[in-house]
Design a protein around this ligand. Structure first.
Ligand SMILES: *Cc1c(COP(=O)(O)O)cnc(C)c1O
Length: 453
């Protein structure tokens, strides 16, 4: 029996029931008409399976590299079931039930954030396109003004500002990830929208929304929160050191949250919400192809994308039925991932010859093995070696990522190091799986005993 057997039984029986619905329309069906012989399918799927084994073990807690993990099986069951119909959430007519599910999801996300009544939002195929929408609205509201984001913001903000023809201002950060407020004040008259990142992709810093919001009110710019990775930590705000910032998340003008990061979803699921529904006016368009049977607001009318998988909405909808957006629901999963990061950091701090770069604010840890010589060049060499060593063994291996910090920032924290390389390259671990909790000692042990020479 494979690990997924119990789930497959559920999928099988629901597919059978769905077939009965299909039969209502007559026995002529697309699927059965174009079904090729069984044998070639078996062969091609077998080849696919072999190719897929070229992946890193994303499913296993020994993988603590990038923000990657398999979706909850309920998500892919729901996705597969809906995909046999293939609804398109571009328009309500493209998939009435999955569009309704999407609206329900948006209400749930809005309730989590604390947005009241007059918000607007929809799912997207990823965080980058969701951020592009936010920046597009930013440009329309303040034409000619700049988009500003910290040096720790996701690299796509600069790229998308370029796509939009907007000036982009990069705000310097200090060694603990705090944006330079003086710099923001100095450039405030040029800024139309400031991007704040509660949960940076690199080390999971929660940028200070409270302070940024204060500046925004003083100088009249807007705030966009890129919570693609961090958004669901809102559920844990009571226990986060950054609580004050999460508590005013609802004061941001727009927010991006990626269900395919921390929402247990397969890729293809981001989201964007605007605090004020009037942002929808920038998306209005007429199309001769769609929108003939419903007067209700179409998801396609408030989005830059056209076709979008209704199956992604079905998957997230089903997942949220089982893991509601509460501290006890999805929050419970994130609680474990955060505890895993904290436990692991404790181990690093206690281990002679190892150093924590900074205490994890969410569930990402940055750390390094200290070289014998206080040289950044040497630090980079031995930490790269540790990183490489982990991928050599399958059963007792580990998978981390590397994170580059400008040498000037690094030496602010660790002044004993000689600046003989432009960047310090440290180790980074994202503990975003529940399974990491309970595996951190084992993982730390493997990393400590890795050969770094
Ligand atoms: C992952 C991430 C993005 C990009 O989202 P995609 O879904 O990968 O397009 C943007 N911002 C932050 C903070 C992220 O962590």
């Amino acid at each position: 029996m494979n690990k997924f057997e119990p789930y497959l039984e559920i999928l099988k029986s629901s597919l059978e029931s769905l077939d009965q619905w299909r039969e209502i329309f007559g026995s002529e069906q697309t699927v059965s008409h174009s079904l090729p012989d069984h044998e070639p399918i078996i062969q091609v799927i077998e080849t696919l399976r072999e190719k897929l084994e070229g992946n890193y073990p994303f499913h296993h807690p020994q993988y603590a590299g990038q923000m990657l993990k398999p979706p909850h099986p309920v998500a892919w069951i729901a996705y597969s079931l809906a995909a046999t119909i293939n609804p398109n959430n571009h328009a309500l007519d493209g998939g009435p039930p999955t569009s309704e599910m999407e609206k329900e999801i948006i209400h749930q996300l809005a309730a989590m954030i604390g947005y009241k009544e007059n918000y607007l939002g929809h799912l997207t195929s990823a965080g980058t396109i969701a951020n592009l929408e936010a920046l597009f609205v930013a440009r329309e509201i303040h034409p000619g003004k700049a988009i500003a984001a910290s040096a720790n913001a996701h690299y796509t903000h600069r790229r998308m500002s370029r796509v939009l023809g907007c000036k982009f201002i990069e705000i310097p950060v200090n060694e603990i990830g705090q944006p330079d407020f003086r710099f923001i004040e100095k450039h405030a008259d040029q800024i139309g929208t400031l991007v704040v990142t509660p949960g940076t992709t690199g080390l999971g810093h929660v940028e200070p929304i409270a302070k940024m919001k204060h500046l925004a009110d003083e100088f009249g710019f807007r705030i966009h929160a890129d919570a693609a990775y961090g958004g669901f930590f809102k559920l844990l705000e009571q226990e986060l050191p950054s609580r004050a910032h999460w508590e005013i998340l609802s004061e941001c003008d727009s927010i991006v949250i990626d269900p395919h990061k921390h929402g247990l979803q397969p890729y293809g699921c981001g989201s964007i919400l605007f605090k004020d529904a009037s942002a929808g006016r920038f998306f209005k368009h007429d199309s001769p192809y769609t929108y003939f049977t419903s007067d209700d607001l179409h998801l396609g009318e408030i989005s830059l994308e056209c076709s979008r998988a209704g199956a992604a909405a079905a998957a997230l909808w089903a997942t949220l039925q089982l893991f509601p957006l509460s501290e006890q629901g999805l929050g419970n999963v994130l609680k474990k991932t955060r505890r895993a990061a904290l436990n692991f950091s404790d181990r690093i701090e206690k281990e002679p010859g190892w150093e924590l770069y900074c205490e994890p604010e969410l569930d990402i840890a940055g750390y390094f093995k200290t070289p014998l010589k206080n040289s950044i060049h040497e630090l980079n060499r031995i930490n790269r070696n540790v990183f490489d060593a982990g991928t050599r063994s399958r059963k007792n291996g580990f998978h981390l990522s590397l994170f580059a910090i400008p040498a000037d920032l690094f030496t602010k924290k660790f002044p004993q190091f000689k600046k003989d390389a432009p960047q310090a390259v440290i180790l980074r671990s994202v503990f975003m799986k529940e399974e990491h909790y309970g595996f951190t000692d084992e993982l730390a042990g493997r990393i400590f005993s890795a050969d770094s020479d």
